[in-house]
Design a protein around this ligand. Structure first.
Ligand SMILES: *Cc1c(COP(=O)(O)O)cnc(C)c1O
Length: 565
């Protein structure tokens, strides 16, 4: 069954459905969308990730408005099949056995992709080792490194044990970089130089096999481990001086390791490609801008609308270019239906009743400082003044990493604002953001807001999801929005145009001023007084954004530029 040569796609997190909580945010959902497009397009690919049996975490909000976390308990056997094959890796000198769960994504086109979830929770392992694949992004450096050993080294061994023939290994972010070492050891030519008595390593053979996608536009975002820890966990599978040449002198930098051993490297938006080139001078770094899986990220009412006016859209999202053919009134009714669906959802979750006729803004993503979820509230007085021109409803959702203090503070801040009782603005925070809620939000609001600090949003994808449902983007010009934005035509920008690739000085005040200005003078007036124009922008969101920012287009580019080259 595994005779066909395949691409192996490695990702620490994969978000395929709400029932399988093995993701934390955009990176995992992108991986899920990638896999779904491969199934639709019959791209021969097998995916490898960790089972994360306690998920990332379940988020609650306590009475003081702060995030609390608890483990998620889910049962893989309800969704996937356990494979009896086991492989072994050495961790801290112990044998650690790994099993895998297989989950098959089947497309109605007949395509199929197997997703392998690696799991160390087997009887032969010590109780500590059984926990290695329990919590996504949990624990300390040592725990993370062990997870990466299981993913990278264990993953390659599992594919081999299952008889896969792999043409390319695609690392989605640096968490899987250790796979390069496993490939290196396998490719090490058993030639002992007579003169130097050194091994000859076949770097080119490994490079030929590897594709690396980086997702982080700043230095501090990259995984790195001290060599003491590496030695403790990994032993000396690769001689230290050799490893330092590949992964850095001071510490093992997983991005550097992948960069040094991949023939093809890319960033996830054009701007991010440039930023990455500046971060890593001397490396050729290309750019393939992200996309989202159209069928997954289109809500029920819009699916019906597209089936009627743009048949074939799901497997050929280029057809969205014909969004113009949808009658205005039907588009609006379809949007209202999605909006009412969201309002119902909010009522069930919070007992708060929103008004379908009030301009509704959505903001949902990981809560981390650079995303500036609270930028809208920088000047509360001014915001309240603006709302006299037209009422506003704002819905927030998102988790902060358990160790991200500043991110958690922003969650508290938003939850404090929820309590302000004002008839001009209603603020909602929905707890425990997940894939299902994301679909409700990105389809049910009128405007999708994104306010990251430039240039830290490598791509961003939730705005692409919004555009699939005629929701209009209002965002800082960073990541994908630089490519999707045409002012007043496809949506609106916030703040200045991006000029240089280096970290620009953060100016919350300038950005907030522009946000308030456009809200007051363009967005609120158009929403309440010029519906024809509003619907035009909605159609452009579909016809000029969704048609391009989808994962079918993205995967065709990976095939021709990264996999087949
Ligand atoms: C799409 C998605 C994200 C990514 O959102 P960004 O705005 O691109 O950061 C995060 N979490 C979930 C659940 C998503 O569906």
């Amino acid at each position: 069954m595994n005779n066909e040569t395949k691409i192996a796609y490695f990702s620490m997190e994969i978000g395929l459905s709400n029932d399988i909580p093995t993701y934390s945010g955009g990176l995992g959902v992108l991986a899920g969308d990638t896999i779904k497009s491969c199934a639709d397009l019959k791209i021969p690919l097998v995916a490898v990730t960790l089972i994360s049996k306690k998920g990332y975490f379940r988020q609650d909000i306590d009475s003081s408005g702060r995030q609390t976390e608890s483990p998620i308990h889910w049962d893989p056997s309800k969704f996937m099949i356990r494979i009896s094959k086991r492989v072994m890796v050495f961790i801290e000198g112990r044998k650690v056995f790994i099993q895998a769960w297989s989950y098959k994504i089947k497309s109605i086109t007949g395509g199929e992709v197997d997703v392998l979830y690696l799991d160390t929770d087997v009887e032969e392992n010590t109780s500590e080792d059984r926990e290695i694949t329990a919590v996504l992004y949990g624990g300390d450096d040592s725990y993370r490194l062990k997870q990466e050993v299981v993913l990278g080294i264990g993953g390659v061994r599992m594919l081999r044990a299952l008889g896969y023939h792999i043409k390319k290994y695609h690392m989605n972010e640096g968490h899987a970089s250790l796979l390069t070492l496993e490939l290196l050891l396998k490719n090490k030519r058993d030639v002992e130089s007579v003169w130097h008595e050194q091994w000859v390593w076949d770097f080119d053979a490994v490079k030929d096999l590897c594709v690396f996608t980086t997702h982080t536009p700043i230095e501090a975002g990259h995984d790195r481990f001290s060599y003491d820890l590496v030695k403790k966990v990994l032993g000396d599978i690769v001689p230290l001086e050799q490893l330092k040449k590949l992964g850095g002198e001071k510490y093992l930098d997983m991005t550097l390791l992948a960069l040094n051993l991949s023939e093809y490297v890319n960033g996830v938006a054009k701007k991010h490609g440039e930023v990455s080139k500046n971060l890593f001078p001397g490396y050729e770094i290309y750019a393939i801008t992200n996309g989202v899986h159209s069928f997954t990220w289109t809500c029920q009412s819009f699916k019906q609308l597209y089936d009627k006016y743009i048949p074939g859209w799901a497997n050929e999202p280029e057809l969205f270019v014909r969004a113009e053919t949808i009658p205005d009134s039907e588009l609006w009714q379809t949007h209202l239906s999605a909006k009412k669906d969201l309002i119902e959802y909010v009522k069930e979750a919070t007992s708060i009743e929103l008004d379908p006729h009030v301009l509704t803004i959505g903001f949902a993503r990981r809560f981390t400082s650079y995303k500036r979820a609270d930028l809208l509230f920088l000047d509360m007085e001014q915001l309240l003044h603006i709302c006299e021109k037209g009422k506003l409803q704002v819905i927030y959702a998102g988790k902060a990493h358990p160790k991200d203090g500043p991110g958690k503070d922003i969650i508290k801040k938003i939850n404090d604002l929820v309590k302000i009782n004002n008839d001009k603005i209603k603020i909602i925070f929905l707890k425990d953001y997940n894939i299902k809620m994301a679909l409700k939000l990105i389809s049910g609001v009128d405007v999708w807001l994104n306010t990251p600090q430039r240039p830290r949003e490598a791509s961003g994808t939730s705005g692409m999801k919004a555009s699939h449902n005629g929701v209009i983007n209002f965002s800082i010009l960073d990541g994908w929005w630089i490519e999707g934005h045409i002012e007043g035509i496809t949506g609106w920008s916030i703040g200045p145009k991006p000029t240089e690739s280096s970290l620009t000085i953060v100016n919350d005040k300038t950005d907030a001023e522009d946000l308030y200005n456009k809200l007051e003078n363009i967005i609120i007036p158009m929403y309440y007084h010029d519906q024809d124009q509003w619907i035009k922008v909605m159609k452009n969101s579909i016809g000029k954004i969704a048609y391009y920012f989808n994962s079918h287009r993205m995967m065709r580019r990976y095939v021709t530029e990264a996999y087949l080259s």
